[in-house]
Design a protein. Structure first.
Length: 506
């Protein structure tokens, strides 16, 4: 089959670091190509070149048999190429419809914006994606998973011939994943070419026709998806054998570090439907407590309430180390020994225009200052400590954190909290958009932290992950805890059944 898009000898460098080195790739219509590699392998960089975001590179792009060099993303979009970004690319202070039509606004015959038309088309797109939000809702009010679906809607609006999907399922629930897969099959049948990036290898074996593996900016393998095994793919990605780490056999202390009683969270938009209802659980010292639930189950809101982010909308009793506490601000929670790695690292976890060293220092400014002035020596010492212990891939301490891969950004966020030596570490989707090797490193870190006595609450939408690392598992559904399992009794079916609303089980 003739290729729609072809790249030849694509090379890209950042500050002397080679991100891509003579990469060659052909994309055909009616096929899904899995682009696979660890964080930092060059996948997102390649997508950004092919979609007109990066314009400074060496090599040739041929689109529909014509050598092409896009000057901007709009050029690529107008030609029929779209990208769904892993790191959400929405404007929070615009509505859903305004985001979807940004740069492609519909004008009526009088020269004014045709908002009614745009809202109508947006509603049709959202219905197709089974997203129940209104076109005039502000994007800032949506959850990460809902925003991810809005990103998908933006790409579908253009009816593109080539569609790049960078971790499109990283923040959406299983029902939304099924809808997305159905749409991908429809696009294939229409002859569209899709490049699909995901660290969830099971997805790739379901969806992809072909694979391309990148490692250290170079293509190290490609072929038909049905001709390769999972183990061989992982070996190509890493260049070495990887053994996935699970929870270690360790005795959990009987000491109760955290107790939550009758926690409720009001819903300002709908007082009749609280976001959290009668949440009760306890956490022991050195325990890894997994929390699973579908999108909208209340997992993130639970962590935010414990961290003081929900203010006086939450009620109930929280007891930490035998002392009742009331967190009305994150500062109070932090001083008491709580830490939160948020779900949306780009929005809430990092300061993108600050360096890696500065981001690591943010929670412990007292440790890197002398007489009220920042000490570069102390900051460098802290930077060196965590770059080494967490194996953060970074060119220098002054590199902007926004230029790191998602997995390395997550390690920096972990570093800034670990330096505070927290009593309770809450991890909200800690491996979202992270490759298999980086996941394994984070699993090892969680296990190591628990063995030192740190108690961990780990929220995850991936059941295998919850099963692999948790000592005990809570399942949430519609703002309630619907089940609790020990690691020995938990199974995928039990967890899934407890996480599905009753009206969906009928």
């Amino acid at each position: 089959m003739e290729s729609i898009l072809k790249v030849e000898n694509i090379t890209k460098t950042f500050s002397g670091v080679t991100a891509l080195n003579k990469v060659n790739l052909k994309l055909s219509g009616g096929k899904v190509t899995a682009l696979i590699g660890e964080n930092g392998a060059g996948k997102s960089t390649l997508l950004k070149i092919m979609s007109g975001i990066y314009t400074d590179y060496e090599g040739v792009i041929t689109f529909k048999d014509q050598p092409t060099r896009f000057a901007a993303p709009k050029d690529a979009q107008d030609s029929g190429i779209s990208i769904i970004h892993q790191e959400l690319n929405l404007i929070p202070n615009l509505t859903v419809a305004q985001n979807i039509f940004l740069g492609r606004e519909v004008i009526n015959e009088l020269g004014f914006l045709d908002e009614s038309n745009m809202n109508q088309k947006t509603k049709a797109l959202l219905n197709r994606l089974k997203l129940e939000v209104e076109p005039d809702e502000m994007v800032s009010s949506l959850k990460v998973g809902q925003q991810q679906i809005v990103e998908i809607a933006k790409a579908l609006l253009t009816e593109s011939e080539v569609l790049f999907m960078d971790e499109p399922t990283s923040a959406i629930g299983e029902s939304e994943v099924k809808v997305l897969f159905k749409i991908i099959h429809q696009l294939k049948a229409e002859g569209k070419s899709i490049v699909y990036i995901s660290h969830k290898l099971d997805e790739l074996f379901v969806l992809a026709d072909e694979f391309v593996v990148l490692r250290d900016g170079q293509v190290v393998g490609q072929g038909e998806m049905n001709q390769i095994s999972r183990d061989k793919l992982i070996g190509m990605m890493a260049g070495r054998e990887i053994n996935m780490t699970g929870k270690s056999e360790r005795k959990i202390s009987d000491e109760r570090i955290l107790q939550v009683q009758n926690l409720n969270l009001k819903n300002p938009q709908n007082p009749q439907r609280p976001i959290l209802q009668n949440i009760n659980f306890e956490l022991r010292k050195g325990e890894v407590l997994g929390i699973y639930g579908l999108m909208g189950a209340g997992r993130t809101e639970l962590c935010e309430s414990l961290f003081g982010l929900r203010g006086r909308l939450s009620t109930g009793t929280i007891t930490l180390e035998g002392r009742k506490i009331y967190f009305h601000s994150p500062g109070q929670a932090i001083e008491s020994g709580m830490a939160l790695v948020p779900e949306d690292r780009k929005k809430n976890g990092i300061v993108p225009d600050m360096s890696v060293a500065e981001n690591i220092s943010l929670t412990v400014m007292d440790k890197v200052t002398k007489l009220g002035l920042l000490s570069e020596k102390l900051q460098s010492k802290l930077y060196d400590k965590y770059v080494s212990s967490l194996r953060i891939k970074v060119s220098s301490k002054n590199q902007f954190i926004r230029n790191l891969s998602g997995g390395n950004q997550q390690k920096v966020i972990l570093a800034k909290w670990l330096e505070r030596d927290p009593k309770v570490l809450m991890l909200d989707e800690p491996t979202r958009g992270i490759d298999i090797n980086a996941k394994n490193e984070i699993y090892e870190l969680i296990t190591r932290l628990a063995s030192t006595g740190i108690s961990v609450i780990m929220v995850s939408s991936e059941i295998p992950e919850v099963l692999a690392i948790s000592d005990r598992i809570l399942v949430m559904c519609e703002g309630r805890i619907t089940a609790e399992f020990s690691s020995e009794e938990a199974t995928e079916n039990k967890i899934m059944n407890a996480g599905i609303p009753e009206n969906l089980n009928e």
